[in-house]
Write a protein that binds this ligand. Structure first.
Ligand code: HEC
Ligand code: HEC
Length: 198
């Protein structure tokens, strides 16, 4: 397995983890509310939300999945280990959570000052799946076979026809990414895994 496909696998595992966790939160956030009511916002459900305020819980959890996939950390590595068995403990602050808040402020300010507010830079732009971004370019990449990066890279790796379950997981993971990329309108350019390109 190449390191790239290993990264892909970690990314998928992280998203699946995020989705499993999200199910639990979904119950809390939407359990009592009727379908017509507006979704609860992150700060209404969670205890210690300082930056990611004013977005629905679903989008908030999509952002967590994006943090995890971008930095190569799983949920409890950035939070505390106890959060694995107790959702309330996700509110505990850690040095990594504090660093992450500074990173969010940096990304927002970069996009604002350099890219007219467009979501041009994301966590992944620098991190590429590792907690400490690399400082020096990798010459084996520069002189190796060209790497073609496509948005459907993960799906394309599976030569077999994806099962409906796999499609569902992949769609949910893509939705999570898109929710972060365009918070105002998650459905605009919605990618779909239903029709992989031939
Ligand atoms: C790289 C660090 C990082 C990773 C990885 C991460 N989180 Fe977070 N998480 C944060 C930060 C930072 C906040 C606080 C956000 C804020 O203040 O706006 C937070 C807040 C939360 C909260 C709200 C807790 C509360 O009550 O205030 C939950 C729940 C949560 N994360 C779940 C998860 C789950 C589940 C995952 C794995 C998919 C995950 N997080 C991955 C950094 C991370
Ligand atoms: C412009 C490049 C850049 C962007 C964009 C960026 N980071 Fe970072 N991040 C860094 C660098 C560089 C370091 C390592 C700093 C150091 O060595 O002290 C770092 C460190 C971190 C760490 C600490 C890792 C550790 O093990 O100590 C976390 C967590 C983190 N970033 C999360 C994020 C998140 C989440 C985002 C998106 C909101 C993000 N970063 C966006 C460059 C970036």
């Amino acid at each position: 397995m190449s390191s790239r496909s290993a990264l892909g696998a970690i990314g998928i595992a992280t998203f699946v983890l995020a989705l499993v966790g999200y199910g639990a939160v979904y119950e809390v956030a939407y359990g009592q509310a009727g379908p017509a009511e507006r979704p609860q916002l992150a700060e209404e459900v969670f205890k210690n939300v300082q930056i990611l305020r004013g977005i629905p819980v679903k989008e908030f959890m999509g952002t967590m999945g994006m943090f995890a996939a971008s930095t190569g950390m799983n949920c409890i590595e950035c939070h505390v280990e106890e959060a694995g068995g107790d959702w309330g403990r996700y509110a505990d602050d850690t040095d990594l959570k504090r660093t992450t808040r500074r990173m969010m402020a940096m990304v927002t300010s970069l996009n604002k000052s350099m890219f007219g507010g467009r979501q041009a830079v994301t966590c992944f732009s620098c991190h590429r799946g590792v907690n400490r971004p690399r400082v020096i370019p990798d010459l084996t990449v520069q002189y190796g076979d060209p790497i073609i990066i496509e948005p459907d890279e993960i799906l394309a790796q599976d030569p077999a026809e994806p099962t409906p379950e796999q499609l569902q997981v992949a769609n949910a993971a893509l939705d999570a990414c898109l929710a972060l990329e365009s918070p105002a309108d998650g459905d605009r350019d919605r990618h779909t895994a239903d029709a992989p390109p031939a």
